[in-house]
Design a binder for this molecule. Structure first.
Ligand code: BGC
Length: 893
């Protein structure tokens, strides 16, 4: 008996062990624990080709099947071949098991990276219990040309088409093309356009910096004769020059380079003229078929000219390029006059149209672009001012022809076609939406359809004004990187799209414009519009965009790179404020309906910039600077109140909404007067303006947040959902499909773009207040989040997701009488304080998370995985949670 029992026991243990060996290990891996990292990025980009950073930074996103998980260690492998990586050999860098919770901004720390080399990498992580994930899928990055000496070619020009033939003795194993073609280029090899970029490279201050773009052209080249052709456009550079280098590794391992130089041939092609404002004239009769193929008879082509270099440092373009991101089918075609056809694309956007046409040689089709129509059905182009905004296509006359411009874009909803041979149909035109192709990472949706429509037109305005820099508008003779517009929209833009690489680049553009005396410019790059020094509400884009991007990303290198420049900028402001009040201003609260003194707006930004600089100094560990700027900020605040505040009335300056909003937003109001100032603001909105706003560019950005911070989220909501002038609802009622520049509806020759993103700055409030997702400034990069949705008025639900550097953060709530449900997603390696709203009249509340009670009879109930604490904070209960998906449900009497 005893023996058999013991035998059974031994057998059972052995069987269990065997099962564990066969099943348990893979099962645990697949169903539980840390999952292999995903979304691997290098310098914020997915598998970038051509970076010029010697110590690039890596980031990944983590998933885990348990709540409240963190990374306790990681291991990054960087290899010089995919084979080595597959064998887990990091021959360039093996970080080893690095005890760290950093899953973003992990700095490469291996062998020096080499120019014109490819690298492959992967990562695994250990969770808080020490369990390792599998390795991620491999990712890659290509290093471009790291130093000026790596460039062997010469700058050439002489015509808008340049070509060269060359022979390869063997087939290529690896080939990269490095190109800087200014103003814009189209690179073609053996008859094909390379890549999908348009209006490349990005706009910079050309005498300071010129961007080059790298392409993997291995598959485009072959043994024997090859040809490379480049078309050049004027762009913002207003001239045409090219530097190109193709570095080719042949099958034998031998290296050859093909570079631009005097042996190239030049001849003007079919683009007769191209201009950003005026459009393109394309004479298809001047096409020279085969010019980008080997064996072409290039009689009549002249040697390319050697030209002066544009003068800037050559830097890799490390941001998403401008691309054709979407096509638009016209919704209507009318014929308001004989021979005049007008297409309605149904949406205002930036880009161009594809024209499909069949007709006699030499026939000339003109396309004119407009945002507006007259009552007659003809296009209204008065608001384009000096921009001709038209493309002309002259037919070859050999059958079906298709054309779109290359080196220009238009901002339009309507297209007028004249000179069309025959009768055009809806299929004769297709719209193409063209802008910097940033990835959508965020979303916002609410139960009130008006909010969703507002969000939609804001997204359109934000996106179609990304043209390698944030432009003010996309249609008229402007399209500049106006910094005031950029700064007010930037937070909303960052919440909607993956903007880190774009704004990192834009901040470098700003550093390029920073004067030795610390002055900034109103527009960056600074070409034709605006002034130096910048209006302080415009120049503030330098500190504020840097600060917002830091909050979103936790990117300390960004702060380091900009810190000296920002100090100079803030010191310049200081030099203009002898008594601690900065008064100079050009535009102030631009396009407000009620005027606030520009000096108050400028001084507010002087305070904001100094405050933010002190916080940056603290983050960087510059404690003496942090203390002295914090002290200065305090002095500026006191001087601001002395200069602009009237304690008798509780108003700042003119008592306009902007006048009171600015100090409320930054908590500058002396404590005893806070209620009075907030009350004056609410009264002004309610009684003096019948629940309408009066703010311009500056005040608007802070209006909703200031109201919300002061207990008036409901009033902010009423303003956001207003439908009469001035409001977004009014714009929509008048047919807006993008956000207007002005609150007023104007359609004449004055300044009245139909597509300006600046008044879309309210989108950040949709995410932060209605959705409820807030990054904690003390734990940037969404390391810690504050989830605090505003359940207000008739809104029955709102939902926001932000694609943070650590993964998706979601806050989604719904409200039915007596019950509020809040669903929250917190990525691994993040934590959150979740402020659960309740109805005002609810007294004895119970809060469930899933099917467990977490709050009852005024107390936190322990024991729910991931929910570590809960406490009453004013009217709301705030829970501390780790990563994971949570569903809180509040009910009460
Ligand atoms: C632009 C604005 C810009 C402003 C400066 C305008 O022409 O379109 O958006 O910020 O000038 O006041």
């Amino acid at each position: 008996m005893f023996r058999s029992y013991s035998f059974l026991r031994v057998f059972a243990v052995a069987a269990l062990l065997a099962l564990a060996a066969v099943w348990a290990v893979p099962l645990v891996r697949a169903a539980e624990g840390p999952l292999a990292p995903v979304n691997l990025r290098c310098e914020y980009l997915k598998n970038p080709v051509g970076i010029d950073v010697r110590q690039p930074r890596f980031a990944w996103v983590l998933h885990h099947t348990e709540r409240a998980q963190v990374q306790s260690a990681y291991q990054v492998l960087v290899a010089s071949t995919p084979e080595s990586l597959a064998q887990n050999k990091g021959d360039a860098w093996d970080s080893g098991k690095a005890a760290s919770d950093d899953s973003t901004q992990v700095v490469y720390n291996g062998k020096p990276l080499e120019s014109d080399h490819s690298y492959w990498w992967k990562v695994r992580y250990w969770d808080k219990g020490g369990n390792a994930s599998d390795y991620s899928q491999p990712a890659s990055f290509d290093v471009g040309l790291l130093s000026a000496d790596d460039w062997k070619g010469q700058w050439i020009g002489g015509a808008n088409q340049l070509r060269q033939e060359f022979t390869l003795a063997e087939s290529p194993r690896r080939a990269r093309a490095y190109i800087c073609g200014l103003g814009y280029y189209e690179l073609r090899i053996n008859g094909k356009k390379i890549g999908t970029n348009y209006m490349d490279p990005g706009w910079t201050t050309f005498e300071k910096r010129d961007l080059y773009v790298t392409y993997d052209v291995t598959a485009n080249l072959h043994r024997g004769a090859n040809a490379v052709g480049v078309m050049l456009g004027e762009g913002w550079f207003k001239s045409r020059v090219l530097l190109l280098q193709m570095d080719i590794e042949l099958a034998s391992g031998k290296h050859v380079s093909v570079t631009s130089g005097p042996t190239w041939k030049a001849k003007n092609g079919p683009i007769v003229s191209d201009s950003l404002y005026d459009g393109e004239v394309y004479d298809a009769r001047l096409e020279t078929p085969g010019w980008d193929l080997p064996g072409f008879q290039d009689d009549g082509w002249k040697p390319a000219e050697s030209v002066k270099a544009p003068g800037g440092v050559l830097s890799a373009q490390m941001m998403p390029p401008i691309q054709d991101v979407d096509s638009m089918v016209p919704i209507a075609l009318t014929n308001p006059q004989p021979g005049v056809y007008v297409y309605d694309m149904g949406q205002n956007f930036s880009g161009w149209v594809d024209l499909h046409v069949n007709g006699p040689r030499g026939a000339q089709v003109q396309l004119r672009f407009a945002e507006l129509l007259y009552d007659t059905g003809m296009i209204n182009r008065e608001n384009l001012r000096g921009a001709k905004a038209r493309d002309i296509y002259i037919l070859r006359g050999d059958g079906e022809e298709c054309y779109h411009p290359r080196f220009t874009y238009h901002g339009f909803r309507y297209v007028e076609v004249t000179g069309y041979p025959g009768t055009p149909s809806l299929d004769s035109l297709r719209g193409h939406v063209v802008h910097t192709a940033v990835k959508t990472t965020g979303s916002f949706v609410a139960s009130n359809p008006l909010l969703n429509q507002i969000h939609k037109i804001i997204r359109w305005s934000d996106l179609t004004n990304l043209h390698s820099v944030p432009t003010d508008c996309d249609q008229r003779d402007e399209r500049q990187g106006w910094m005031g517009d950029a700064q007010v929209s930037s937070e909303g833009v960052m919440l909607n799209f993956d903007m880190a690489a774009f704004y990192t680049n834009f901040l470098r553009d700003m550093r390029d414009e920073l004067g030795p005396d610390g002055t900034m410019t109103d527009t960056v790059p600074h070409l034709t519009h605006g002034s130096r020094p910048a209006d302080p509400a415009w120049g503030t884009a330098f500190p504020l965009i840097c600060w917002y991007l830091y909050l979103q990303s936790g990117d300390l290198r960004l702060l380091q790179e900009n810190y000296d420049g920002l100090k100079k900028y803030v010191e310049y402001l200081h030099s203009r404020a002898p008594d601690n009040v900065l008064r100079f201003s050009y535009y102030g609260d631009w396009v407000a309906t009620e005027k606030t003194p520009g000096s108050e707006v400028s001084d507010f930004y002087y305070y904001y910039d100094t405050l933010v600089l002190s916080k940056m100094a603290a983050a960087l560990g510059h404690s003496a600077d942090a203390a002295s700027y914090a002290q200065r900020a305090g002095e500026i605040k006191d001087a601001f109140n002395k200069e602009f505040f009237d304690a008798k009335t509780g108003n700042y300056t003119t008592g306009t909404q902007t006048a009171n909003v600015l100090p409320l937003f930054l908590d500058m109001v002396p404590r005893d007067y806070r209620g009075a100032v907030a009350g004056n603001l609410a009264n002004n909105i309610l009684y003096e303006h019948n629940t309408h706003l009066t703010t311009g560019l500056a005040g608007l950005r802070y209006l909703m947040p200031a109201l919300t911070q002061n207990g008036h989220a409901d009033l902010a909501y009423d303003l956001a959902t207003q439908t009469t002038y001035p409001s977004w609802g009014y714009m929509l009622a008048k047919g807006a499909t993008t956000v207007w520049e002005l609150w007023q509806q104007k359609v004449g020759p004055s300044m009245n773009s139909q597509n300006h993103h600046m008044m879309g700055s309210v989108d950040a409030w949709f995410y932060e207040a209605l959705g409820g997702i807030n990054v904690d400034p003390d734990h940037p990069g969404y390391r810690h989040n504050r989830i605090e949705p505003q359940v207000t008025r008739d809104l029955t639900s709102a939902s926001a997701t932000v694609g943070s550097v650590r993964g998706n953060v979601t806050s989604s709530w719904s409200h039915e009488p007596g019950i509020i449900t809040l669903q929250v997603d917190v990525p691994v390696n993040s934590t959150a304080s979740v402020s659960v709203p309740k109805e005002d009249q609810m007294s004895d509340i119970t809060i469930h998370e899933g099917d467990r009670i977490v709050w009852e009879k005024g107390h936190f109930v322990e024991g729910t995985p991931g929910v570590t604490a809960g406490k009453l904070d004013g009217k709301r209960v705030v829970f501390e949670v780790g990563s994971g998906h949570y569903v809180f449900r509040v009910s009460g009497e």
